[in-house]
Design a protein around this ligand. Structure first.
Ligand code: ASP
Ligand code: MG
Length: 448
């Protein structure tokens, strides 16, 4: 039985956290493969170096090294520290070389921001060895994680990764060695390509896929998926079990429990996934798999995504001009901007995007011929409400029930998306009212 275990930034964020995680790993039965994020705060620090390059790069190297060495000194005795320092100094040379490389290279930011994972994994692996568990620290390079795609938004090449890992990682497992692998990036043409912020969850799913693992465990700092955001809804409770589809929709549209891209690599191989709390290892967390037993309530969970905007493009009879619709979307895609929802009518197309993407989207749309576009309207500061439940699409009256509740809360619905997914109904409301909507839906329709 192979379990891939992923630990996030807070789970490896201090000496105590790494010690706790190492014990969780040791207490897990069977073959284990670990994937870890950078220590919390490190990736932000690295992003800062790229966005506002400091004049004294040597001081940056020292600051970066100290952050890790301080934790290492708490964890290691003299002998382990000496062994650790050999690997650490080697990786630090790589770090110095990375930050001093050509900043105009398209992949420079990937190269720099992916450095943190190389150090957290090294600390965890050495600590496992200190506890008597044989372990090696692997990087995406040495483990064989292959990536494709554009800077800062790579995807794994699953086939290539599977053949790389079969050769480089599988043999370690039969020798009882626990590999600890860097999350967040893969290798494209010999250099790092990151999978987007928070991408270590996705890395772990890719590793599980590549090794045909029996289980993927995402260890984080919350109890699992919840019926709603516990900061908004006081009586929100943890969900024991969900399907891949439900978890994917919730993760994409608001719940910040795991990176939305984590689901696909395990879903296609039917590998169950558990979300667990590294601060409460005795808790079972949320299990995500192919099937689950039906719940009692109409809804399983309600999530929200804030700071969105609706951008509406008007053009006479746009519906009869599919090539114009295609070029509007293509223009937006040139900037890699995510469109969360689309709704069309005879002469308008409305798209839901992040507030922060409004200016670049308008710039891009202005590149289209002015004869094609009559008007662009923007409604800022809206929120998406994502309702997830059993077979929502095939049940009669669900929409009526949900919108009756929204009406009771006195809230106007600005845009609706239903029918695209079997398990979710999404709609947009003004951001200031979203809490009222979630509260009423949670109290009326959620039941275990
Ligand atoms: N360290 C990376 C980030 O902060 C990846 C991750 O944490 O998943 O975005
Ligand atoms: Mg993280």
């Amino acid at each position: 039985m192979i379990t891939v275990m992923k630990f996030g930034g807070t789970s490896v964020g201090s000496a105590e956290a790494i010690e706790r995680v190492a014990n969780i790993i040791i207490n897990t039965k069977g073959d284990k493969v670990v994937v870890a994020s950078a220590m919390s705060g490190i990736t932000n620090f690295l992003v800062g170096i790229v966005d506002n390059p400091p004049s004294d790069m040597e001081a940056v190297v020292e600051q970066f090294a100290n952050k890790h060495l301080m934790a290492a000194e708490q964890m290691f005795d003299e002998k382990t520290m000496a062994e650790f320092r050999k690997d650490f100094d080697e990786r630090l040379k790589g770090f110095r070389k990375a930050i001093l490389s050509d900043p105009s290279d398209a992949y420079y930011k990937d190269l720099v921001t992916s450095q943190g994972e190389r150090f957290s994994t090294l600390m965890l692996s050495h600590y496992l060895r200190k506890l008597g568990q044989d372990s090696v620290a692997l990087t995406a390079e040495t483990a064989g994680i292959a990536a494709v795609g554009l800077p800062l938004s790579g995807s794994a090449d699953l086939l290539e990764t599977a053949s790389g890992m079969t050769m480089k990682v599988r043999p370690l497992l039969s020798q009882g060695i626990v590999p600890v692998i860097t999350g967040f990036y893969g290798i494209k043409d010999g250099s790092p390509l990151t999978f987007g912020r928070g991408g270590s969850d996705y890395s772990a799913a890719v590793v599980a896929n590549a090794l045909d693992a029996d289980m993927l465990e995402i260890w984080t700092d919350v109890d699992g998926f919840m019926t709603s955001d516990p900061r908004i809804i006081k009586d929100a409770i943890k969900i024991d079990e969900m399907t891949f589809g439900e978890a994917a929709e919730l993760a994409y549209f608001g719940a910040k429990v795991l990176h939305p891209r984590t689901i696909e690599p395990v879903r296609i191989k039917h590998i169950p996934l558990k979300v667990r709390n590294s601060f409460k290892p005795e808790e079972p967390g949320t299990l995500i798999h192919n099937l689950r037993k039906k719940g009692k309530g109409l809804l399983k969970s309600v999530a929200t995504k804030n700071d969105l905007a609706i951008i509406t493009v008007s053009s006479a009879e746009i519906a009869y001009r599919p090539e114009l619709v295609a070029s509007i979307i293509a223009k937006i895609a040139e900037n890699n901007i995510i469109i969360y929802s689309i709704s069309t009518s005879l002469s308008t197309i409305a798209m839901l995007i992040s507030n922060s993407d409004v200016a670049p989207v308008i710039r891009k749309l202005n590149e289209l011929s002015s004869g094609d576009i009559e008007r662009i309207d923007v409604k800022n500061n809206v929120s998406l409400v994502c309702c997830v439940g059993d077979d929502l699409l095939s049940k009669c009256g669900v929409t009526g029930d949900i919108f009756t509740a929204v009406k009771e809360a006195g809230v106007n619905v600005e845009m609706i998306s239903e029918g695209a997914s079997e398990v979710s109904l999404n709609f947009v409301v003004p951001m200031g009212m979203v809490m009222d909507v979630v509260a009423i839906l949670h109290s009326k329709y959620i039941g275990e």
